[in-house]
Design a binder for this molecule. Structure first.
Ligand SMILES: Nc1nc2c(c(=O)[nH]1)N[C@H]1C(S)=C(S)[C@@H](COP(=O)(O)OP(=O)(O)OC[C@H]3O[C@@H](n4cnc5c(=O)[nH]c(N)nc54)[C@H](O)[C@@H]3O)O[C@H]1N2
Ligand SMILES: Nc1nc2c(c(=O)[nH]1)N[C@H]1C(S)=C(S)[C@@H](COP(=O)(O)OP(=O)(O)OC[C@H]3O[C@@H](n4cnc5c(=O)[nH]c(N)nc54)[C@H](O)[C@@H]3O)O[C@H]1N2
Ligand code: SF4
Ligand SMILES: [Mo]
Length: 782
């Protein structure tokens, strides 16, 4: 018998955007202890309960460890070769008979948390050649990509609030005390907020709920769901009205200033107050404080994106940053310069092609693509509507759309009706139970990690690579290899093709492109560069290449002190490349070389927002029944739905979501230590509303919308606005055929059966998940 191998390793936590450094104590393949890595250059020892739960996740007996094939309702474990052969058998005839678009892909959130997804999904997408690409982005941040693309010329040119140096943070629709931050990578967000306040700064939170972040703030403004754009426009109006606009050094870099001034005229605080529920004096004072603070930043997240005016709100966040001179300024909202490079660090500095939209449209509803993908609100109809181009097969990669996306009862039926489905996933859950083949990747410990996505959106320039902590177990396959083998099948090379050859091909393509133009290896010999990468394979080889050609890279010898993957391997606690630096105009990639403050598609959509002013003013006395009969048109839920019925009737309300510190969208509810204790999937209901409906704390309410109905446990709390209810998403683990035994014991309900696929932000195609019209009643016991 060999002795137990004990070791301590340092890894970046892959579970959320905060990128905390973990210190893991291992015995052989098992995690025995998780601690925050005190020497991590970014997180300095911070971790949250999910980080600790990595131990339970790795050990979870329900986590799939071998490929699964379904015949009817029966699942069996098969070898990798058999699994890929099954994929080839299922996929090939569909591609041959019905064409490339007959196969859809849905990419879920964990893809942005691992190297395989970041680097190899596009290889699979290219091999498939389908127009039917969907992802969690259109139930999340797509509006921010659209507004940033239009304003700055790149989907990922997203301004990041410089919270370590700001004096005033206006935060809308985010609850980093639960989420640990998003589109703003800042490990120990809570500590950074406390530091902001300790140095005399102010945090203002705008949210229909008094969230934990709101409790920790200097000021909390309750806002009616879906009215952030109105509120932000009223701030801009006040800035203009009171002569508080000061672009500073941005002046020469901005187009469209006069147009924004003109647009803001209609949104005076007195008009807007009635709509957003924040009084006019408070709006004016907030604008003055924002303008008066030496350094200030406006930051909006999920609550401002997943709503009816998601793109307008996302745009206005940055309009306010520009108008107060805080964009691209220390302590304001700045652009990260990531070590692995980005679209805005390559090519010609200061100018670019900008973004182009709507090259394709969805078949059934005609919704335009954004950045190569279609809105996920279209997925079910594209599966269910017969005709040329109908989706008959689907890949889901690290996604659980049956819980995560709107009208999920319908989507569940649609997915069940597919001719063939393949899931790359670690669980058999509500979505993957419908697959014919599930291909589970290796555990977290057996893979290398580097946060490509989140070091692009971080409050400092950070680079930190975690090598695999253990070898692949016998029978395990790494996710990048799975993706390449699927790509080989999709491109007709067959199930037995060698993924190594495809990997070589991918890298050679990247190198060729870089030597072609606009990089620190321009004009160099491709073969020489490939040779110096040749000791590595898979994601590590590509990462090394990216780092070396990135803005701090060694340029393959051009700068011997520059970054390489080897240099990062020598720094297990990461490398801190410093605070964010001003980057305008160098980072701009708009055709004009300017910040486009009033991009045309946005200006057009302002008309819709302006129309809502009249609608709201005309309908502020709407009674309960009126809204039930008024079927909201696409992209446009009715604005004012706070009407009150008599006691114990169904009440018209609006539904929003929330996150809990111990959850991770839908997929970590199978880890015991995260779900034990009090019920978390509850309906938050204001005491006044509870009294009207006739339901008490701990009772059951029935919540229904146009698309579905749930019965849910009520938590009466004055932390939520009257007229608004909240249910967290990612629950509803009672599906037949799923294999998540812990989650099934506390299933909760799926709030997305209530989310209406007809409601979306037209500019981005993003789903409306906050501000859904619902009726709430006491559930009558059966
Ligand atoms: N009502 C409402 N709905 C929402 C939201 C909301 O706020 N309200 N939020 C939305 C947001 S922001 C998001 S990002 C989406 C998330 O939507 P999805 O990405 O569709 O859902 P997740 O719950 O993140 O599911 C992740 C899947 O990946 C699997 N997985 C985990 N790790 C790995 C891995 O390493 N490799 C592979 N291959 N699979 C893995 C899990 O088992 C799970 O099946 O939900 C959205 N839905
Ligand atoms: N613990 C935990 N952490 C997570 C996740 C998780 O599921 N659990 N998911 C991760 C993912 S994928 C993401 S995208 C991020 C999201 O990170 P955040 O954006 O911080 O998400 P939430 O914590 O849901 O906070 C959103 C807030 O918006 C409020 N809100 C709802 N509607 C509106 C509105 O119309 N206007 C305004 N102003 N506010 C509104 C809600 O009440 C809520 O407090 O979190 C990530 N981190
Ligand atoms: S905050 Fe996010 S990155 Fe940090 S330990 Fe928790 S889950 Fe991991
Ligand atoms: Mo997300």
């Amino acid at each position: 018998m060999t002795a137990t191998q004990k070791k301590v390793v340092y890894r970046t936590c892959p579970l959320c955007e905060a990128t905390c450094g973990l210190e893991l104590h291992l015995e052989d393949r098992e995690i025995t202890l998780v601690r925050g890595d005190r020497d991590d250059v970014f997180s300095h020892g911070f971790l949250c309960p999910k980080g600790t739960a990595l131990k339970g996740l790795e050990a979870d007996p329900d986590r799939l460890r071998a490929p699964q094939v379904r015949r009817g309702d029966a699942w069996s474990e098969v070898s990798w070769d058999d699994a890929f052969a099954e994929v080839e058998r299922g996929l090939t005839p569909i591609l041959e008979q019905h064409g490339r678009d007959a196969v859809a892909v849905y990419l879920g959130n964990p893809n942005v948390h691992n190297l395989a997804g970041q680097m190899y999904n596009r290889v699979l997408l290219q091999a498939l050649g389908t127009a039917n690409i969907f992802s969690a982005s259109t139930v999340d941040q797509m509006p921010k990509h659209v507004s940033s693309g239009l304003m700055f010329g790149g989907a990922l040119s997203i301004p990041i609030a410089d919270i370590d140096r700001t004096d005033y943070l206006l935060m809308l629709g985010a609850n980093p005390f639960a989420s640990n931050g998003s589109l703003m990578t800042a490990p120990d967000f809570p500590g950074r907020i406390r530091a902001l306040r300790a140095r005399g700064g102010k945090l203002v939170v705008v949210d229909p709920r008094r969230s934990k972040s709101a409790e920790e703030a200097d000021e909390h403004l309750f806002i009616r769901p879906g009215t952030d754009a109105h509120f932000l426009f009223a701030l801009a109006h006040t800035l203009f009205d009171e002569g508080l606009v000061a672009l500073g050094r941005l002046e020469e870099h901005v187009n469209g200033f006069a147009e924004v001034q003109q647009l803001a005229k209609d949104f005076d605080p007195d008009t807007v107050a009635a709509i957003c529920g924040i009084d006019a004096d408070t709006i004016r004072r907030t604008a003055r404080e924002l303008a008066g603070a030496p350094h200030a930043a406006v930051y909006g997240r999920i609550g401002t994106c997943t709503q009816e005016y998601g793109t307008l709100a996302s745009w206005l966040v940055d309009v306010c940053n520009v108008l107060t001179g805080n964009l691209d300024r220390e302590g304001g909202a700045m652009f990260t310069k990531p070590a692995h490079g980005a679209a805005n660090t390559g090519g010609t500095p200061g100018k670019g092609r900008g973004v182009r939209f709507g090259r394709r449209h969805s078949r059934v509803r005609g919704l335009p693509e954004r950045f190569g993908e279609l809105p996920v609100v279209c997925l079910a109809e594209e599966i269910q509507t017969p005709g040329e181009g109908q989706i008959r097969a689907m890949f889901t990669i690290a996604g659980n759309p049956v819980l995560s996306t709107p009208d999920s009862a319908r989507l569940d039926r649609a997915v069940a009706s597919l001719d063939f489905m393949v899931s790359v996933d670690i669980y058999r859950n509500e979505t993957t139970r419908h697959a014919n083949v599930i291909l589970p990747p290796e555990g977290v410990l057996a893979r290398g990690h580097y946060d490509i996505a989140f070091y692009t959106l971080a409050i400092r320039n950070i680079a930190n690579y975690s090598p695999p902590s253990i070898e692949l177990a016998p029978g395990e396959m790494s996710e990048w290899e799975i993706l390449l083998r699927l790509a080989a099948i999709a491109s007709g090379q067959g199930a037995a093709a060698d993924p190594a050859a495809l990997d070589d091909f991918v890298v050679a393509g990247l190198v060729d492109k870089a030597v072609g133009r606009g990089s620190n290896v321009e004009g160099r010999d491709s073969a020489e560069l490939l040779e110096s990468l040749s000791s590595r394979r898979g994601p590590e080889r590509i990462l090394d290449f990216m780092l070396r050609t990135g803005p701090y890279g060694d340029g393959f010898g051009a700068d011997p002190d520059g970054l390489t993957l080897a240099a990062l391997e020598a720094e297990p606690h990461g490398v801190d490349l410093g605070p964010l630096q001003p980057r305008v105009p160098e980072m701009l990639r708009t055709p004009s070389g300017k910040i486009e403050l009033a991009p045309e598609p946005v200006v057009e959509d302002v008309a819709r927002l302006r129309a809502s002013l009249d609608r709201a003013n005309g309908s502020s006395h709407v009674r309960g029944g009126d809204l039930a009969s008024e079927r909201a048109p696409a992209g446009r839920p009715a604005l004012s739905r706070m009407a009150r019925p008599a006691a114990s009737e169904a009440m018209e309300m609006v539904l929003i979501g929330r996150r809990d510190l111990r959850s991770n969208n839908s997929w970590m509810h199978n880890v015991e230590i995260l779900v034990k204790g009090k019920e978390r999937c509850t309906l938050h209901l204001h005491p006044d509303d509870a009294a009207r409906i006739g339901v008490v704390d701990g009772g059951q309410a029935r919540v229904s919308s146009r698309t579905g109905e749930v019965e849910v446990v009520v938590e009466v709390t004055d932390a939520i606005m009257p007229g608004v209810v909240s249910i967290p998403h990612g629950w509803g683990h009672d599906a037949n055929g799923a294999e998540m035994s812990v989650a099934a014991r506390r299933p909760g309900v799926n709030s997305n059966v209530l989310a209406d696929g007809e409601l979306f932000d037209p500019l981005s195609g993003n789903a409306v998940l906050n501000g859904i019209p619902v009726r709430v009643a006491a559930a009558i016991p059966a």
